[in-house]
Design a protein around this ligand. Structure first.
Ligand SMILES: Nc1nc2c(ncn2[C@@H]2O[C@H](COP(=O)(O)OP(=O)(O)OP(=O)(O)O)[C@@H](O)[C@H]2O)c(=O)[nH]1
Ligand SMILES: [Mg+2]
Length: 260
């Protein structure tokens, strides 16, 4: 799924003051084995790739089990991913305040490297929540979600909102068994994010552009950002919201309700 969405259009482009080259494939292969076999034949690179494939294969297996477990109970899980501070927890707090007690029961799985801070915020908003601390890890995986589901013991028919660890890289690689994936980007992050982190946008179903209340103060082009996102993944839906003022939030609730 990730292949075919690379946008390495900077190969050798002349930007007037010299030539810009994309060195990422060779750097990536040396540093972390890269994906999809780029430059990783034999030697240490080959071993790294084999291990990575095993880790991902084990995760896929556990994710499939989570998916069956959720389906048997009529539970829908949505994986919420973003860079740190894009507004995931704020959006979830508002969602719980607005939707709790109306329709599906809602529960939250919070993923952070450290602290219980986000779980405390969700609990303060009235939501059932379990916090998973990943330590040095940069993403939730299917096993962690399985453990969190066991602890949460969600009611049949629940909606589970999963806040992944804040970054636009690792969470894209790990299926959790979820039924939908939302990427949140905020207008303070820059219009170009879909092009720079294409894997995240390739695996998503929905992009939520948050903090639109700040648009008058920042240099962010929503239409262009949307075009960039769709150039990676033409099926993406895009919503614009402010989790603090509430503008656009009904579109998010409609997406949740319409889809599930
Ligand atoms: N102006 C404005 N600020 C927002 C909005 N949504 C969130 N914020 C602020 O952005 C900051 C980060 O919000 P969080 O909800 O903690 O972000 P997060 O994505 O959960 O962050 P991590 O869990 O650390 O990845 C807080 O100061 C929020 O008040 C918004 O729509 N508009
Ligand atoms: Mg958060």
């Amino acid at each position: 799924m990730h292949d075919g969405h690379r946008h390495n259009d900077s190969h050798g482009r002349d930007h007037g003051h010299g030539t810009v080259r994309d060195l990422a494939p060779s750097v990536g292969a040396a540093a972390q084995g890269a994906q999809g076999g780029e430059g990783g034949e034999g030697g240490e690179g080959g071993e790294t790739i084999t291990l990575e494939q095993k880790v991902l294969a084990k995760n896929e297996d556990l994710a499939a089990r989570n998916r069956s477990w959720l389906a048997e109970r009529g539970i829908v899980a949505v994986n919420m991913m973003s860079s740190p501070g894009a507004g995931k927890t704020t959006l979830l707090e508002r969602t719980i305040r607005d939707l709790n007690g109306r329709g599906r029961p809602i529960a939250v799985i919070e993923g952070d490297q450290e602290t219980m801070l986000d779980a405390e915020r969700i609990s303060g908003a009235g939501g059932a929540v379990v916090q998973v601390n990943t330590g040095a890890g940069c993403h939730l995986d299917a096993e962690m979600v399985r453990g969190a589901l066991t602890a949460l013991a969600p009611e049949t028919g629940s909606l589970i909102l999963v806040e992944n660890v804040g970054n636009l890289v690792c969470p894209a690689l790990f299926d959790l068994g979820e039924g939908g994936r939302a990427v949140i980007i905020s207008v303070t992050e820059g219009t170009d994010k879909p092009l720079k982190y294409p894997y995240m946008f390739a695996v998503a179903d929905l992009v939520i552009i948050n903090k639109i209340d700040l648009l008058p103060y920042v240099d962010f082009d929503s239409d262009q950002c949307e075009k960039y996102a769709r150039s990676i993944n033409p099926d993406l839906q895009v919503l614009k919201v402010s989790a603090t003022t509430g503008e656009g939030m009904t579109d998010w609730y409609d997406w949740l309700g319409g889809r599930y």
